[in-house]
Write a protein that binds this ligand. Structure first.
Ligand SMILES: Cc1ncc(COP(=O)(O)O)c(C=O)c1O
Length: 400
């Protein structure tokens, strides 16, 4: 039977599509270090798990489409810690940041409208754009510039009557770039000039390194009418499976219209919202420690990768990913080889090929995204596997 043209055009996620090879490797007794997915090994705060255990409703009922009121009312205090003024009414609780991104596309854009995005970008955005029949228009950011904001004129050149929004992610997945206040101001000024929206995905807000202060788009109150901020509990409290996020906007029309989508999907998961509410009571030290742990891992992996001949990467300033350029002909073949044909003393790694983190064809095919979500002991093993795997691939596959 025929499937829709729309779904046929969707990609299989480059973060997950090699998983069958990883499962086969495990069946063969090979240990796989998962650097492909942003699934941290950090413990969820214990009171989050306790809140799930203590959930004492007798019926798991549908809740408000906007999200549990007590969660919406608790969130402003979290933002206030960063000097950001967000009210409960500015917040729509969503099923992960993923749903907030989908709501943003559907609310701002008609079919065939365009969203401008720096590439490489968080690859799942491609599927959200396809669902909304929105075209992603890329502006390429470059490793040699640390994936900083390309010249603002590159964005302006791409604005047409069809442009609904610019979407950026800060701290960035996959590049680790943290947008400066000045970069955000340039983007907002451009959005104002052309009367379009700026969507900023801030799900990695806490994870900034080298003493760098994070600049949130929510601080730009003079532009608040054209801002949507995407947020999530997933990475912050290492509770990715609980699927709670938020769409935040001071623009009441945005929220009123996004609510129509929220009503159609009824409500966000209820038990998970109780867990998210408990997460907000987490001691600040938890996030300080997690940030320090990721910074340590960042330093460790960058140092390890830079020692491997032919590997290039820039030093990420935030989030927990980096893009590495490998001395191979095709990063997807290499990633498959690592899982299917290679092991170092019974161990190997899974990485995400980067080609589909770009809209532009022909770039990124030698790049992989690495998520440094494992402890430094495991990262050390993983780097050794990449080093040995590259040598084996170049001899056995590239015939060097
Ligand atoms: C940049 C970015 N935005 C949004 C998401 C979605 O997160 P979730 O739906 O788990 O909140 C992710 C997940 O990896 C991400 O990396």
């Amino acid at each position: 039977m025929q499937m829709s043209n729309r779904i046929s055009a969707f990609q299989c996620s480059p973060i997950r599509r090699l998983s069958p090879y990883a499962r086969d490797a495990v069946k063969r007794g090979v240990k796989v270090y998962h650097l492909n997915i942003g699934q941290p090994d950090i413990k969820t705060p214990p009171q989050v798990i306790e809140a799930v255990r203590d959930y004492d409703e007798t019926i798991i009922a549908y809740g408000n489409s906007e999200g549990r009121q007590e969660l919406r009312e608790a969130l402003p205090a979290y933002y206030a810690k960063y000097g950001l003024s967000v009210q409960a009414d500015d917040i729509l609780i969503t099923t992960g940041g993923s749903e907030a991104l989908q709501f943003a596309f559907m609310t701002l854009c008609d079919p065939y409208d365009e969203v401008i995005i720096p590439e490489p970008y968080y690859t799942n955005v491609s599927s959200f754009a396809h669902s909304a029949m929105v075209t992603l228009v890329p502006v390429t950011s470059k490793m040699e510039d640390g994936f900083a904001l390309p010249d603002i004129s590159e964005f302006e050149k791409r604005i047409t009557r069809k442009t609904g929004a610019i979407l950026v992610c800060s701290p960035n997945n996959p590049t680790g770039h943290v947008y400066t206040e000045d970069e955000l101001l340039q983007l907002l000024t451009l959005c104002e000039k052309h009367d379009i929206f700026l969507i900023v995905d801030e799900v990695y807000r806490e994870f900034c390194y080298d003493g760098k202060q994070f600049s949130s788009v929510l601080a730009f109150e003079q532009f608040s009418d054209r801002i949507i901020c995407v947020d999530s509990f997933s990475k912050r409290y290492s509770m990715c499976g609980s699927r709670i996020g938020a769409l935040i906007s001071k623009n009441k029309d945005v929220l009123a219209n996004a609510l129509k989508l929220a009503q159609a999907r009824l409500c966000p998961p209820d038990i998970e919202q109780v867990a998210a509410h408990a997460a907000l009571k987490t001691d600040d030290k938890y996030l300080v420690d997690v940030q320090a742990e990721y910074e340590k891992r960042r330093n460790f992996i960058v140092e390890g990768l830079k020692k491997i001949e032919g590997v290039k990467c820039s030093t990420p300033k935030g989030a927990f990913y980096l893009v590495a350029e490998l001395p191979v002909d095709d990063a997807e073949n290499f990633a498959t080889f690592m899982l299917r044909d290679f092991n170092l003393n019974g161990e190997t790694v899974m990485v995400a090929p980067c080609e589909d983190f770009y809209v532009t064809k022909g770039i990124g095919h030698k790049q992989v995204r690495i998520a440094y979500v494992l402890n430094t002991h495991d990262l050390e093993r993983a780097v050794a596997c990449i080093d040995a795997g590259l040598k084996a691939y170049r001899t056995q596959v590239m015939g060097e």
